[in-house]
Design a protein. Structure first.
Length: 218
């Protein structure tokens, strides 16, 4: 088992995004670095490093001479990111040796069946989803491709946390994961990629519906 240690900058990023998910920050607002550094109990230097990193990921905007502002993120940004990830993961499957696909499919089936809740917190669903898709693409020999996928997935999860808080309940697409696993186990690459694309594209209305469930009707 590998033990991952976060740098202080990464810890600050994580804490900021946890607070975003909890609804403590409003999109479009300017970021008061002094107030945030006091809230987090850190100095301005690592906080600024974290803010710069988040700006590079599109979570916040860096305004010349005016500091940082929470980026307004719309459904189009989320949809485009999903489309990119679906295409990249499909490529990762195409690059995976055919002999590996059935084994990965069987492991994915076990993983999908191990998480039986049909409705759970967004944080739990995202954790399971990340593990599922990491295993799905694990057979690809193109490490640069996998790093690119991971980068987009990081941005995607942060978009989701802006839309829907960590603890909000969401429906889980168990049948979609099972369809991917079954196709791979049968060495049906075309069917697996089709099921994978359906899974990603269907995630957009699920997230939007979870967002709508949080907003009181007028």
């Amino acid at each position: 088992m590998s033990i991952q240690r976060q740098t202080l900058r990464e810890q600050i990023e994580t804490e900021i995004m946890d607070r975003v998910g909890a609804g403590e920050f409003a999109m479009g607002e300017s970021i008061n670095e002094v107030a945030v550094s006091e809230q987090l109990g850190v100095s301005r230097t690592p906080l600024r490093e974290a803010l710069i990193s988040l700006s590079q990921q599109g979570v916040i905007l860096r305004v010349s001479g005016k500091g940082f502002r929470w980026a307004p993120i719309g459904a189009n940004d989320f949809t485009e990111t999903v489309q990119i990830i679906a295409a990249l993961e499909g490529l990762a499957l195409r690059l995976t040796p055919a002999s590996e696909l059935p084994r990965i499919g069987r492991l994915l089936a076990e993983q999908a069946q191990g998480f039986t809740a049909s409705v759970s917190s967004a944080d739990e669903i995202h954790e399971h989803d990340d593990a599922f898709h990491a295993l799905l693409t694990s057979g690809s020999p193109n490490k640069r491709l996998l790093e690119t996928v991971a980068s987009y997935k990081l941005a995607l999860r942060r978009y989701e946390r802006l839309f829907v808080g960590n603890a909000d309940l969401m429906e889980r697409a168990a049948d979609e994961h099972e369809a991917i696993a079954e196709a791979l186990a049968a060495n049906d690459l075309h069917g697996a990629i089709g099921a994978l694309e359906d899974n990603w594209h269907n995630s957009v209305p699920r997230i939007i519906n979870a967002l709508k469930a949080k907003v009181p009707a007028h």
